[in-house]
Design a protein around this ligand. Sequence first.
Ligand code: HEC
Length: 439
Amino acid sequence: MGILALALQIAGAGNLNGKDSDESQGIARVEKAQVALYTSDPGNLWNRLHHALHVRVGPDGREYGAERLDPLLWSSTTHLRNGPSYERARAVMEEFLSTRGERQIEDPQKRALLQRGLWAVFDWYVSWPYWHAGGDAVSKAVQPAFAARLAEIIRGVALTPEQIQKLPDNYVAAIAAKEFAAQYDSNQPSKPFLPPDLLYPGSSWIRLGQEWGETVAPQHLSEFGGRSVFLVFIRLPGSLRMTAQYLERVEKLKRPNEELPQFPAGTQVALVRRMLLVDSQGHLRVSPLVESVQIRVYAEVPGKDGRRRNVEETRKQQSVFEFVLDRAKLFRGKAGGLHAIETTESDFMTFQTHGFDPFESKQAGQGEFVKGQFPMLLQCFVCHSGSGVVSIRSRLSLGFDDDHSGLGEAQKTMRWKQQRYEWGLLQGIGYGTHSAPRD
Ligand code: HEC
């Protein structure tokens, strides 16, 4: 089966009324399971909180998600909404609040990462798509007191604006560690490389986008709930001038549907995800932490063929790379915490999957669960097929922005977030003057 067909099948196969698979099958394991992330003691409150919110148990009885940056929660997920997983998370949060757990760990990086996870869970939790369930299930799905506890801990571990600004730049750390090659090597097309100058002034890359107006990566913005800023960069082979001239040609196109000019083989594109945080005053702040870097290199640009459905064909034309922030590696001070995904690594798709939760797919069972884990570097071709410019999904037609740092993009992201329901709720119950709901 083609990868696209498989991905569509995965996306469309949701059992929307699924109940926690771990509620019924893996609960004993969950209670025994441990993580030693924030301290080496698995019994530490922060580790237990992380475990309660991030770990899922599959039908195979194994644990998933502890090391993953984004929680394994989809819009149809019922896990954490009721039953034992809900009770467990509620109890750990209660303990955290009553013992002032936020005082246990001072390290700003650890506080930032704990908050980031809680914030993702909060946004997911209060955005329950009620059309997935009826009647009673709706009222049980969002408990105000549960949301309030999440919000209170988000505030409890929040950093001051100065602390956020002073968080280490992990991209610089990754480059300084020299763990990854600095350049693409066409003789070893799957060898990860991290360009040293990507994010900094004087770069050989140009950032796509406009200072004002639309965002360059609207789909990532909304899929990741506006909790990260996404920046898109491009460089053509040869000089910076070539890239600039190419983008000028694109900018001159008047009609949005006009055919985009093709770029040559050797062109590289990158998508960088930077972490936003909520500061101690309840304001959004851009942090220096890079959460992921995705790069595609066009080894071949054969022509102007449209979206190819053939993965093998597309794979020959593009090399793909992904670096993801690994909390444990970051806390150990290794290469800025950036982990290069290997070709053999599989993971669940959480980006643009129509909300289907593979852990809760009862009728499909184990087979579907196994299929739900997809080689991460093959996932790219589900969405980026086609020759050269055809495979670009960002708003290339926006032209380029002279501000390499992406401040405008960050401001647009924050404005988008500030208008969201879940942001208003977080502000109201986490930072408002009213006391938080209790059950
Ligand atoms: C489910 C679809 C999907 C998958 C899977 C996916 N991307 Fe993308 N990607 C997009 C979309 C859509 C954009 C455009 C930005 C936006 O609107 O958010 C994009 C943008 C990008 C960009 C910026 C340049 C461009 O093409 O627009 C890069 C680089 C990129 N992705 C790399 C990757 C890599 C590497 C992988 C695999 C590890 C990957 N993507 C997997 C959908 C996807």
